[in-house]
Design a protein around this ligand. Structure first.
Ligand SMILES: NC(=O)c1ccc[n+]([C@@H]2O[C@H](COP(=O)([O-])OP(=O)(O)OC[C@H]3O[C@@H](n4cnc5c(N)ncnc54)[C@H](OP(=O)(O)O)[C@@H]3O)[C@@H](O)[C@H]2O)c1
Length: 259
């Protein structure tokens, strides 16, 4: 069954923008939630309702959700960022910024959403998470831990709310070629090569997410080819000393001298 109405966060680029295009083309009522106005996007999709809300503001998110007269049946909580926060030294401010967006920027929706009256059809709450939940990297610690916490919360809620009108779902994405993906250039060459080899197309990703949001399944792993890649990295982190421990900065210098 296709979605009648969908709210998507972070539609100014990447996966969110491609989701907006997909749902708008399918005839669904789309609410796009962005932290900034995008005149070109708004002109191109006059039937879409654009809301200017920074997902890091709990008050603004609560006001937005509480004010929905006809709440959509699908909420795709997609907005996210990826910063290098652990290169030369641990950068607490950058780390907090990532958690504020990727974790709290999703959790800010949950209380207002659970307070909405039940609709005639199940309401799907879809978190766009990452296979990085399982595998950290030495540079983007906030990204890894934000997605790990997000996946854990949605896992618990999906079991807590099983059989109700609220369907909590997590999308565990491997690499997808977007603006965020290009940040991978900052990572070591071998990681960029692996990401390229296992990355998913934007079109395939959007089709997979939209189909998943019509089911009651708890988790989608996409693309499946990325799963062995991340499993391999997980094993290497644990079994190969120094393989992925971030002992060096990105320009190859050692972080700490041996005493
Ligand atoms: N690309 C990948 O390889 C990959 C892999 C796994 C998971 N994911 C996840 O997929 C989601 C989308 O990523 P993407 O690759 O499409 O990245 P992207 O192209 O950088 O898009 C991110 C979107 O989130 C928006 N955003 C950021 N902070 C926001 C805030 N505080 N409030 C509202 N919107 C905000 C951005 O808006 P601005 O234009 O204003 O910055 C942009 O529209 C993210 O959650 C990401 O973690 C991506």
């Amino acid at each position: 069954m296709r979605a009648e109405g969908v709210l998507i966060t972070g539609t100014t680029s990447g996966i969110g923008r491609a989701l907006l295009e997909h749902y708008a083309a399918s005839g669904a009522k789309v609410i796009a939630v962005n932290r900034r106005r995008d005149a070109e996007l708004e002109a191109r999709y006059p039937a879409v309702r654009f809301e200017c809300v920074d997902v890091r503001s709990a008050e603004d998110v609560a006001r937005l959700v509480g004010g929905l007269l006809e709440p959509p049946d699908v909420f795709i909580l997609n907005a996210g960022i990826n910063l290098v926060d652990n290169d030369e030294a641990f950068d607490l401010d950058a780390y907090k910024t990532v958690l504020d967006t990727n974790l709290y920027g999703v959790l800010n929706f949950i209380q207002p959403l659970t307070r909405l009256p039940a609709g005639p059809v199940p309401r799907h709450l879809v978190a766009i998470s990452s296979l990085s939940s399982y595998v950290g990297n030495p540079y983007g610690l906030g990204y890894h831990t934000s997605k790990q916490a997000l996946t854990a919360c949605f896992g618990v809620w999906s079991r807590m709310y099983a059989g109700t009108d609220l369907v909590f779902q997590s999308v565990m994405l491997g690499p997808v070629r977007t603006t965020m993906y290009t940040m991978a250039d900052k990572f070591p060459a071998w990681m960029v090569w692996l990401k390229d080899a296992f990355s998913a197309s934007l079109d395939g990703t959007v089709q997979a997410i939209a189909a998943f949001a019509t089911t009651r399944k708890q988790r989608l792993f996409y693309p499946w080819q990325a799963v062995p890649l991340y499993l391999g990295m997980w094993l290497c982190q644990r079994l190969v000393p120094g393989f992925f421990q971030g002992r060096k900065t990105r320009d190859g210098r050692r972080r700490r001298r041996a005493p």
